[in-house]
Design a protein around this ligand. Sequence first.
Ligand code: SDX
Length: 428
Amino acid sequence: MSDIAKLQIGDNQYEFPLITGTENEVAIDIKTLRGATGGVTTIDPGYKNTGSCQSAITFLNGEEGILRYRGYSIEELAEKADFLEVAYALIFGELPTKEQLEKFHSDIKDKSIVDDDIKKIIDAFPKNAHPMGVLSSLTSALTAFNPSSVNVDSEEDMYNSVVKILGKFPVLVAWTMRKKQGLPLNYGSKSLGYVENVLKMMFEQPNEEYVQNEVLVNALDKLLILHADHEQNCSTSTVRIVGSSHAGLFASLSAGISALWGPLHGGANQAVLEMLEAIKEDGGDTKKYMAKAKDKNDPFRLMGFGHRVYKNFDPRAKIIKVAADEVLKELGVNDPILDIAKGLEQEALNDEYFVKRKLYPNVDFYSGIIYRAMGIPVEMFTVMFALGRLPGWIAQWREMRLGKEPIGRPRQVYTGENYRAFKDISNR
Ligand code: SDX
């Protein structure tokens, strides 16, 4: 294939270079388009056909259902790695040696204390505040208590910011949940693994010793790995564009949390459980909800189905579906919601509307069933998604800053009024 793209506008022809990635993805480099054509730009609502950057972190192939972090397949990472190893690989590019991982975890634990005044901010929220709003606020507030984390021009500053947020974020997650439950805001223990410590902080009861449950540890570790990154999705693109103004890491992450909150994005895992509960209350009438999902006059969508990139299947959903069966069996939980979910999936996979539009279960379809079996409240599901996505957001933000990318500032096509003279109010 030629390495240039030709564009004809009127009597003029323009040539633009083609960029080919390491997985043979091809893009037209239009950096010179506006200048070369005297002001012509492009329009692409939702950026369905537009790449925002070149990135070496995560590769997706939506047609073949492939997902790799730094070249490692999601299937192997979910099976053989732990979450902190995956976080290290996403952020720094290589799986860590034993010594590197131990130092990384030690540095994270050393930075995992949160200024106690953060509790005054949590206290100010009403108990019914959605945890994603609380978490976004607390994450942004971290900047006030850690001002040095804004200017990360040196690798050392960058590393310090990274270990600070990886240490403090799980504390904010646990405190956000426990505040709603009226439980004391505690710390875990530096003697525990990263995921074990998250569970202890979230579930420890003040009047009894917390006993780790390996089933819960392994389930959460796998779920966090599966959520860790997903190239230029809505919330990651938000983190990158906010960071491109040289806003600090914590402020950029706070914006990403807000983007993830939306029900079309990470908020879908909560919406899936609420949808499945509604179907259960409705006597398990999945056909009624399938009809609603296909009715153009009905805003209802089958939550947890469909994806901007995956037009075959979401490899994460396949792994989570198997894990859901295993975890519920190991926990001795019999949740009719899982059977409703499987029934819905089977109906959709055989329904012309869904097949034609290539709508398959995505990462959010089964994950909430495991979170619920673990005792995590449904309003905390998207917070758990954010906890998993944290290393991916960090890795993408770090790549953007180290790559010295320009501030993100898209153009537009103006469709409003042409010039008109001001009218005095007496003449309007
Ligand atoms: C995540 O981007 C990422 O990588 C995100 C994510 C990550 O890890 O970061 O993978 C995480 O956000 C997963 C997606 C979670 N969201 C949901 O489950 C919400 C339900 N799904 C949809 O709203 C939708 O599928 C999106 C938002 C996920 C994708 O939307 P697109 O790519 O913009 O597709 P579209 O809205 O243009 O839909 C194409 C057609 C439309 O019908 P027609 O106009 O062609 O007749 O498919 C229909 C849509 O109405 N459709 C659905 C549907 N999803 C799409 N119809 C019913 N139910 C659905 N779920």
